[in-house]
Design a protein around this ligand. Structure first.
Ligand SMILES: NC(=O)c1ccc[n+]([C@@H]2O[C@H](COP(=O)([O-])OP(=O)(O)OC[C@H]3O[C@@H](n4cnc5c(N)ncnc54)[C@H](OP(=O)(O)O)[C@@H]3O)[C@@H](O)[C@H]2O)c1
Length: 285
C-alpha cells in the first residue's frame, strides 16, 4: 500500500511513517515545506500530482494555550485543511485516518468516555479538533477517527520531556492532581493506526496506553523511573490558571477497539519505561 502521512516532523507522524515503512508499505511523508496545510490549493495540487491508497492525517495545530489567541490559525489548520483533505480522499474513494483528542469532551464525571458520548470541548483547540472530526464524518465514507491523549514520542515536545528538563533546573515543582487520563507513547499507537489502515474496519475509536493517572502521578513516575531527583507537589487546575481550560476527566473507554477486534496498547508505566530507554535516560532492562 502507498500511504500519505501528514505531520512527519511531529511526534506521532514520525513513528507512523517509520512503522509503515517497517511493514513494507510505500510512504509519502511531506514536511511543511512540501505540503503546507495553510495552502488549500497546494493541498489539492499535492493530491493531483501524487498517487496513494490511504491517508493518515497526524498533522495538527497542537499548541493548546496559544490556540486561545491564534483561533483563526488553529481553525485553518485543524478544520479547513482537514476539510480539503477529506474532500480529496472522498473523491478518490480512499480511506482517511484522522487523529483526534480527548479534548473534544467536557471532562465531567469520572467514568471513561465512550466514543459516542456527548461532546463539549472547553477550549479553541478542542473545538477545532471536533470540527475536524465533523468534516471527516460528513465528507468521507471510508474513515477512521482515532482519539488519543497525553502523547509522548521521540520526535517532539511533551510532558515527559518537560518534567525531565525541570528536574535539571529546579528542586521542586507543582503539578495538577485533578486532571486524570492516559499517557500515550507514539511507538505503541503507531502500529495500531497501521493495523487500522490495513483493515477496512472504519469507525470512531479511542486509543491510548492502558491505565489512568493524574498529571501529578505521571510526573512522579517519570522522576522515579528516570532516577532524577525533583520534589513534586500536587496542585489543582484552578490554581494553575492556564490560558486554556482543560478537562478534568480525560478517561477514554476502549470498548470500540475491543468490539472491532483491535488489540489494546500496553500499560502506560511500561510505555514510559521504553520511552526513557529510547531517550537514553534509562538502561535497557
Ligand atoms: N500531543 C498530544 O498530547 C495530543 C493529545 C491528543 C491528540 N493529539 C493529536 O495527535 C496528533 C499528533 O499530535 P503530535 O503530538 O504528534 O503533534 P506535534 O508533535 O505537535 O506535531 C504536529 C505536526 O503538525 C505539523 N503542522 C502543523 N501545522 C502545519 C501546517 N500548517 N502545515 C503542515 N504541517 C503542519 C507540524 O509541522 P512542523 O513540525 O513543521 O511544525 C508537526 O509535524 C494531532 O492530530 C493532535 O491533535 C495530540
Amino acid at each position: 500500500m502507498k500511504v500519505l502521512v501528514t505531520g512527519v516532523s511531529g511526534q506521532l507522524g514520525y513513528d507512523v511513517a517509520k512503522e509503515l515503512k517497517r511493514r513494507g508499505h510505500k510512504v509519502l511523508a511531506p514536511k511543511r515545506d512540501s505540503l503546507d496545510l495553510l495552502d488549500q490549493v497546494g493541498i489539492i495540487q499535492y493530491f493531483e500530482y501524487n498517487k496513494f491508497d490511504a491517508v493518515i492525517h497526524c498533522a495538527a495545530y497542537t499548541a493548546v494555550d496559544k490556540a486561545q489567541e491564534e483561533k483563526e490559525l488553529c481553525s485553518n489548520v485543524n478544520v479547513s485543511a482537514t476539510r480539503v483533505i477529506a474532500k480529496q480522499c472522498a473523491s478518490r474513494d480512499i480511506p482517511l485516518l484522522y487523529v483526534s483528542t480527548d479534548y473534544v469532551f467536557p471532562g465531567t464525571g469520572s467514568e471513561p468516555y465512550e466514543t459516542g458520548d456527548r461532546k463539549g470541548p472547553l477550549q479553541e483547540y478542542g473545538i477545532s479538533k471536533l470540527a475536524g472530526e465533523e468534516m471527516v464524518k460528513s465528507l468521507c465514507k471510508k474513515y477512521y477517527i482515532v482519539r488519543t491523549s497525553w502523547v509522548f514520542g521521540k520526535n517532539g515536545r511533551n510532558f515527559v520531556r518537560t518534567v525531565l528538563r525541570l528536574a535539571d533546573l529546579k528542586d521542586r515543582i507543582s503539578v495538577v492532581d485533578d486532571q486524570v487520563g492516559s499517557p500515550t507513547y507514539t511507538k505503541d499507537l503507531a502500529p495500531l493506526l497501521c493495523d487500522m489502515i490495513e483493515s477496512d474496519k472504519y469507525g470512531v475509536y479511542h486509543a491510548t496506553n492502558e491505565g489512568f493517572c493524574s498529571f501529578y502521578e505521571f510526573a512522579c513516575e517519570i522522576i522515579s523511573q528516570s532516577g532524577k531527583s525533583l520534589e513534586i507537589k500536587p496542585t489543582t487546575t484552578d490554581k494553575y490558571n492556564a490560558p486554556a481550560k482543560r478537562p478534568l476527566n480525560s478517561r477514554l473507554s476502549k470498548k470500540s477497539l475491543d468490539d472491532a477486534g483491535f488489540s489494546r496498547l500496553p500499560d502506560w508505566h511500561d510505555a514510559l519505561s521504553r520511552y526513557l530507554t529510547e531517550l537514553g535516560i534509562k538502561e535497557n532492562t
